[in-house]
Design a protein around this ligand. Structure first.
Ligand code: PSU
Ligand code: MN
Length: 310
């Protein structure tokens, strides 16, 4: 496989060709596959997200560390490894060199995926929900490194907001402080992942992939050190998780995490697992719908923004 000019990095040939030709590429996150979705169905979801991106005319580039190699675009074997291997670390930016030096496997968070995608020249990235400020962060200091990385990485990230397991208001304040732009896709409200509306308003709303592409071009012209552009894409009303079920499971999950003494980067996977178990599959259904919808929108944005198109 050809090595790229990026140290320690292999860009899949199909992705490298698309980038060189100015065609649409969408980066995809791998922590949702390894740590955010239950096995064994996670592998099928990983494949279906890639298929959705292709159906919309873009090339998928799932990002992960496999056998110590940073990979932009995974072949079938690498995707299988990330979805099924017994030891797959959850890597934020600070962990990448450590995993690489040990020759291990790691899935990349929103932070690490954004960082590697931007470095490889990929402009659009689809994920489920961003990491953010955890509840009680004022005493635990638990704030996802996603935020600070998005503050210095000029990439367009399509997500469904952040989960209600976080302090949504504090997360929005930190995004503002860090210079991360946020637009609602067909909404004036910041989405709450399982719920269409987190209860917080947004300043900006867009309606089409072309509007997002125009903002991306304007951002490139303005240049300078820029943060990310977050495109917040809510679930349609009829695909949300029932609000009463959601609130009940959230309360139970937060109590269970506290009782079990779960800390640090284990908190998010613990709460996601709790949701999947306690909602009897409802949260999983919503989670898969969110990722597929975000992948489709990201692909349409990537197509609208691709240099080869203009
Ligand atoms: N939020 C979700 N699902 C996820 C994650 C966040 O709704 O799977 C994952 C993403 O990879 C995100 C990471 O980047 O968790 C944030 O973890 P932490 O809070 O430990 O930074
Ligand atoms: Mn954390």
């Amino acid at each position: 496989m050809p090595r790229s000019r990026l140290p320690g990095t292999v860009v899949a040939p199909e992705v490298a060709d698309a980038l060189a030709g100015g065609r649409a590429v969408v980066a995809l996150e791998s922590t949702i596959i390894s740590h955010g979705l239950p096995r064994p169905g996670n592998l099928d979801v990983a494949r279906s997200i890639e298929a959705v991106v292709r159906d919309e005319g873009a090339v998928p580039a799932t990002i992960a560390v496999v056998d110590g190699v940073l990979r932009i675009g995974l072949d079938a074997g690498a995707l299988h490894t990330i979805a099924t291997a017994s030891e797959v670390a959850k890597a934020s930016v600070r962990d990448l060199a450590i995993v690489a030096s040990r020759g291990g496997h790691a899935a990349t968070t929103v932070a690490a995926t954004s960082y590697l995608a931007h470095r490889a020249g990929v402009q659009v990235f689809a994920t489920g929900g961003l990491g953010g400020v955890h509840r009680e962060a004022s005493t635990t200091f638990d704030e996802s490194a996603d935020l600070v990385t998005l503050g210095r990485t000029p990439i367009t990230v399509v997500c469904a907001g952040v989960k209600s397991i976080l302090d949504v208001g504090a997360t929005l304040e930190r995004l503002e402080t860090l210079g991360v732009a946020v637009v609602g896709y067909g909404t004036d409200r910041f989405p709450g992942f399982y719920l269409r509306d987190s209860g917080f308003a947004l300043d900006w709303r867009v309606e089409t992939p072309h509007e997002v592409a125009a903002i991306m071009r304007a951002r490139a012209e303005l240049a300078g050190d820029q943060g990310a552009l977050v495109v917040a894409n809510p679930l349609p009303a009829d695909q949300q998780v029932d609000a009463a079920l959601h609130d009940r499971v959230l309360t139970g999950g937060l109590a269970a995490a506290a009782a079990a003494g779960v800390r640090g980067k284990a908190v998010t996977p613990f709460l996601l697992e709790h949701f999947h178990r306690e909602t009897g599959g409802e949260s999983l259904r919503a989670n898969v719908a969110i990722i597929e919808r975000n992948a489709a929108l990201a692909a349409r944005i990537a197509v609208a923004a691709a240099p080869a198109r203009r």
